[in-house]
Design a protein around this ligand. Structure first.
Ligand code: ZN
Length: 482
């Protein structure tokens, strides 16, 4: 018998707001001293009352719209009751039966296929505090308590690990495009909860158990957990045992999990409406305003770039990964023919991005007209490829070029880097190279094609990259014909 995983994912996203979800404490607690971003409300002191942060709710609605959800015209908050030391109220404010959004979907590309993952719900809740275990003591920091979290719950639609990781990455791209969250995993701004069970191939319906794994902080650990659980559960099933319905925790970052507790159902949380907050009506005006703020999403943009500019999927994927990069590219190529756009894309994801990394610069600081002009000099055969590489790096090396906005044509003129295509000029160098390299010349005549590449390289070297390599290649072939 063979088994395949059935996986559902819950993603918690910390949205980008100035203040917490139900009080006015700041949300930029990262790196601050413990318990310095707190007030009676987020400390859960008796008598303190919550108020709703509208900008938090705006972000949640925007994300729900981007995930094609239906929006509840009336949404409300509920108390999810459970005890934990970092939850001083004894309940978390969350949403139960009337979440902001429901029945949406997200399209992802896996191995060249597009797949649709159904989204069960998108709701708003608050984060808890943090327990810090030190020696014999547990310390509590409530700076994170009350920070807005959006929870995105998927249907158990994933059947392989690659789908889950692509979904997580696509969701990360989307919240960044929307400006809903920075989704910085190192800062815990995006966390995953997994439910996974194994289904016997060929059977219908869902397995009659499921295992939950909470608090997964990165996509790579998520991937490892799925692989670990797939092996563990398959082994049990093959031995004739049914895996227990339970919640498991991470043992360490290797993806290994350990049993924590047997799973509670939603009835164990005794949800009831939050009496301190009114239900909220999401009217058409509000919704229209927010849907106007949803930009073209990364996957749609990728598909359009492939169609409009003739880009390969991986090139289009790299460019649309980050909104500012896609904006920069689109601004550069809007007026350009397809072939030039393709060439600009190639230079952007190749040489330019590696120079930006090398010199620790931002793409948005780099003048896109500089690349346009460089590529047009190249496609007009005014400069060779090796000169183009050199000229691209110059503004990074020479500060005044960068600051004064000196353009490639200025540099080419100033340094005399124009490509030499005039045959009689290239011929002189070709003759010289043939004279000086009798070994490779014989090799080529003896049938070694590589030797010709070497000779073209010598011509390029002697002309400091200025010779048109096609002309050099042609002349060499003619002269070495036996
Ligand atoms: Zn507070």
């Amino acid at each position: 018998m063979s088994y395949s995983p059935v996986i559902g994912l819950e993603v918690h996203i910390q949205s980008k707001t100035e203040s917490k979800m139900f009080c006015s404490c700041p949300t930029d607690y990262f790196g601050k001293d413990p318990n310095t971003c707190t007030c009676p409300t987020c400390l859960g002191l008796p008598g303190a009352l919550p108020t709703i942060n509208q900008s938090g709710l705006d972000q949640c609605i925007k994300l729900a719209l981007a995930l094609h959800c239906k929006i509840n015209s009336v949404t409300k908050f509920d108390r999810k009751n459970y005890f934990y030391p970092d939850l001083p109220k004894g309940y978390q404010i969350s949403q139960f039966d009337l979440p902001v959004g429901y029945e949406g979907y997200l399209e992802i590309d896996v191995d060249g296929d597009s797949r649709r993952v159904r989204i069960t719900r998108v709701h708003q809740e608050e984060d808890t505090g943090k327990s810090i275990h030190e020696d014999q003591a547990t310390l509590l920091d409530f700076n994170k308590s009350g920070v807005p979290l959006i929870e995105v719950v998927s249907e158990p639609d994933f059947t392989e690990v690659g789908e889950v990781t692509e979904y997580a990455k696509e969701l990360k791209r989307i919240v960044r495009y929307l400006g809903v969250s920075d989704a910085n995993m190192e800062k815990g701004q995006m966390r995953f909860e997994l439910n996974i069970s194994m289904k016997e191939d060929g059977t219908k319906g869902l397995p009659d158990y499921k295992v939950e794994v909470k608090n997964i902080g990165s996509v790579s650990v998520l991937e490892k957990v799925i692989n670990f659980e797939t092996r563990r559960q398959t082994k049990l099933l093959e031995a004739g045992e049914k895996p227990k319905q339970e919640t498991r925790g991470l043992k360490d970052m290797t993806g290994e999990t350990v049993s924590q507790r047997f799973k509670e159902g939603s009835s164990d949380y005794r949800y009831f409406p939050e009496p301190d907050l009114p239900p909220i009506e999401i009217g058409d005006d509000w919704m229209n305003e927010l849907s106007g703020q949803v930009p073209e999403l990364p996957r749609d943009r990728k598909v359009r770039f492939m169609r409009d500019y003739g880009l390969e999927q991986d090139v289009a994927g790299i460019i649309t990964e980050v909104k500012s990069r896609a904006d920069w590219f689109e601004e550069a190529v809007r007026e350009q023919p397809k072939e030039v756009a393709k060439e600009i894309a190639k230079w952007l994801v190749g040489d330019l991005m590696s120079l930006l990394r090398k010199y620790k610069k931002k793409l948005t600081e780099f003048n896109n007209f500089y690349l346009i002009e460089l590529v047009s000099l190249l496609t007009d055969k005014k400069i060779s490829g090796s000169v183009a590489k050199e000229v691209l790096e110059l503004p990074f090396k020479v500060k005044t070029y960068w600051v004064d906005g000196v353009m490639p044509s200025d540099i080419v003129k100033e340094k005399g880097l124009e490509q030499v295509s005039d045959e009689s000029e290239v011929e002189k160098v070709v003759d010289q190279v043939i004279k000086e390299n009798s070994g490779p010349v014989e090799d080529y005549r003896g049938g070694k094609e590589n030797a010709l590449q070497f000779l073209v390289g010598q011509v390029m070297r002697q002309t400091k990259g200025k010779a048109n390599p096609k002309v050099a290649d042609k002349l060499l072939r003619e002269k070495l014909k036996t």
